[in-house]
Every structure is written in C-alpha cells, then in structure tokens.
Write a protein that binds this ligand. Structure first.
Ligand code: IMP
Ligand code: MG
Length: 178
C-alpha cells in the first residue's frame, strides 16, 4: 500500500476543506440559533469531517454515532445497509443533524433517514455531507448543507477509505493505482 503523495491526485485540498467547513458551520450556527443540536455521525467515513465541523459550530451540541456500511471492498455500492452499531436511543425527539462523508447512490441516507423519521420522532432532521456525486445518485436526498459536488471518481482521504485504508490523508484525493 503506497501512502506517498505521488500515489494520489489531490481533488480537494486541506485549505479548501477547512474554508468550506467554516462556511457550513456558520450556516448551521445561524439556522439553529437558540437550539441544541445532536450531531449523528455516520461511521466510519464521517468521523474526521464531523470532528472538524462540530468544533466550528457555536451552539450547544451533542454527538453520537451510528455505524453502517453499504460498501464491501469494491468501488461499487452494494445497495444494502448493514447496521454495525445501531442508532443511539438518545437521539429521540432532538434536532438531529446527520453527518455524512459522501452521498453517492443515496441508498445509505435514504434508509437511515426513513428510520429516524419513523422511530425517533426528531424535532428537526437535517443532513450535512462533505461530498455529493450527482452522476451516481439514485435516491434523491435533501442535503441541507453540502461541501462539494464531485465528478464520478472514487475518492479517498479525509475519512474516506478504499478497503479501510487511506482515511488518514488530510485531503480528498483520487487513488492512482487501485
Ligand atoms: P450510498 O449509499 O451509495 O450513497 O453510499 C454512501 C457510502 O458509500 C458513503 O458513506 C461512503 O462510505 C461510500 N462511498 C461512496 N462513494 C465513495 C468514494 O468515492 N470513496 C469512498 N467511499 C465512498
Ligand atoms: Mg460513509
């Protein structure tokens, strides 16, 4: 496994990511003024985005985690969702902000949002995603706060993996040699 920068083409660099996070955080701070927010971080991919974003939001907030997977070791969506750890009970009735790394086919979020709506009576239910791949989208998802629309390339870094690796790259990049 080659971790050297020459093995990746940078798509979105660290500065661009941080600038966008500041922008999104300001909107969230404004939109939820006077409220508390529950950041529901979708593991594992969104952990880095979530930790940067929550520190930039000036509101009283909680964070909790749900772990789902829809990807195997391939670069194709499997169309299924597996709960590796369930939605935490303490999201019930709160202002829930689902934090995702990327919306691809939309399958993961569709299933997750339906469950939150039907079983957790949220006070508000919003979605923030760092990335969106419109070309592959099947299930239209209302992404209230979006970082970047990207072309149909498999990306890694800043939380996103290929076969569980490369999450620790500080930027979003394209893997040259899969
Ligand atoms: P969806 O259910 O097809 O929208 O897929 C969402 C999940 O697939 C994301 O949360 C990611 O974990 C994964 N995924 C989709 N595209 C990529 C990619 O380009 N790189 C890494 N993971 C991806
Ligand atoms: Mg994910």
């Amino acid at each position: 496994m080659d971790m050297s920068d020459s093995n990746f083409e940078v798509m979105i660099d660290e500065d661009q990511i941080q600038e966008k996070i500041a922008e999104i955080a300001q909107k969230i701070t404004h939109d939820f003024k006077g409220e508390e927010v529950y950041f529901l971080c979708v593991l594992k991919g969104a952990m880095i985005f979530c930790s940067d974003l929550m520190r930039a939001v000036k509101l009283p907030l909680e964070v909790g985690f749900v772990s789902v997977s829809s990807y195997g070791n391939e670069t194709h969506s499997s169309g299924q969702i597996i709960y590796k750890s369930p939605i935490p009970d303490d999201v019930k009735g709160k202002n829930i902000l689902v934090v995702e790394d990327i919306v691809d086919t939309g399958n993961t979020l569709k299933v997750l949002l339906e469950k939150l709506k039907s079983d957790y009576s949220p006070k508000a239910l919003k979605v923030v995603s760092l990335l969106f791949k419109p070309s592959r989208n099947i299930h239209p998802i209302d992404i209230h706060y979006l970082g970047f629309k990207i072309e149909d390339k498999f990306v890694v870094g800043y939380g996103l993996d290929y076969a569980q690796k490369y999450r620790n790259l500080p930027y979003v990049g394209i893997l040259k040699n899969i």
